[in-house]
Write a protein that binds this ligand. Sequence first.
Ligand code: ATP
Ligand code: MG
Length: 428
Amino acid sequence: MKPVLIVDDENHMAEALSEAVKRCGLLPTVMNSPIDALLKLNLLDYSLILTDMKMPKMDGLEFLKEIRKRGLFVPVIVITGYGTVENAVDAMKLGAADYLMKPFSFDALKTVIGRIMPSEETDLVAAAPVMKKLVAMVKEVAPSDITVLLTGESGTGKEVIAKYIHKHSMRSSGAFIAINCAAISESLLESELFGHEKGAFTGASERRIGKFELANKGTLLLDEISEMAFQLQAKLLRAIQEREIDRIGGKAPVAVDTRIIATTNKDLLQEVKAGKFREDLFYRLNVFPVRIPTLRERKEDIIPLAEFFISKLASKMGRGYSISPEFRDYLTQRLWNGNVRELENFIYRTVVIAKTDALMPPDDVFEQKSEDAKELSGGTVKDMERELILNTLEGTGWNKTKAAEKLGLSVRTIRNKLKDYNLDKKDV
Ligand SMILES: Nc1ncnc2c1ncn2[C@@H]1O[C@H](COP(=O)(O)OP(=O)(O)OP(=O)(O)O)[C@@H](O)[C@H]1O
Ligand SMILES: [Mg+2]
């Protein structure tokens, strides 16, 4: 279930929206003030923001401006009062994804949401024999509660497979919740996972339910599990074994029925040998290991995947595209070290700049951009650093480890930089 943030100062309206959002199969969070939302929440946690226009202190337009100022690209739907078309127009100019004018029906809301967040029905392409086999295999184990450990290079589709398992399990009506163990600091991760009671530590002004509980009767995806701190690994092990968790500051454990899927792009056994990963936890997670092959090992998937991404974009842009023979050759010959994600990003860029409907391979200038640091003349050092880091990440298919190696930086530095750029949750 995708999380949606609702910002409205009027409680009854917020509640009605919250109910409607739930009926759309999404997970609502309500805030009564946009200022609080900006201060207290990480807006990147949300797939969509629904905000009222008329609110005291900060109105919907200012809120939208603040969101964009922070470089956050989460889609925003603005709700305006009856007859205030100008506001709606202003909102669209500021980058709102859409607007709704009061009063509106549930169907109107559903349509707008559906347009912005198309349901992820056909979300998996598997044409290569190895992939077909893999998908059939995970479908078979999906209904059992077996713990799955997904390994594979960055961008191979670990999250896609995890969602597929959830969808084909008995838990599909429960929540699918993902948490990236590498993106969050150790102290925060514990409270994100297990939650905390009000007053458990400075700043814990409210009780917070952790992801383990949110995923109760559903599936919890623990991304990049190798990055979890050793001490926290013990608590995770306990949660899995005892099927109960301890909220930070809680008086008694809470029973949870959560299926675990973990992913890693490191060799976990190697991490165990190096003393960085608990052996007992490794065996708990490694019950059903699945390695997702790189795109280089399943070239038969390249064109079907490209077609899939193109058709998704075509319906979004209201325009049709075709793959020219030159483009087809180019796609099948390129190495795709960033795997499916790199292919997806590449298709996206190609479509965006395409002058004709028949897509063509890129010209040299466009391709060399990431290699050519000399281009970076002028601008502040900070800007150049940002460009260089982002270009290198782009060139490695957003593989932070590889990018760090190329740049001579630590992965942590890259992560911190991405946090500075507000791109730490970026999944492209
Ligand atoms: N088989 C597939 N069919 C369709 N789309 C796919 C497939 N595999 C991956 N993708 C798309 O490629 C992108 C990367 O996939 P995903 O996020 O699942 O990779 P990942 O292995 O989890 O990467 P990372 O290690 O960086 O977290 C996503 O946008 C996803 O939708
Ligand atoms: Mg992932």
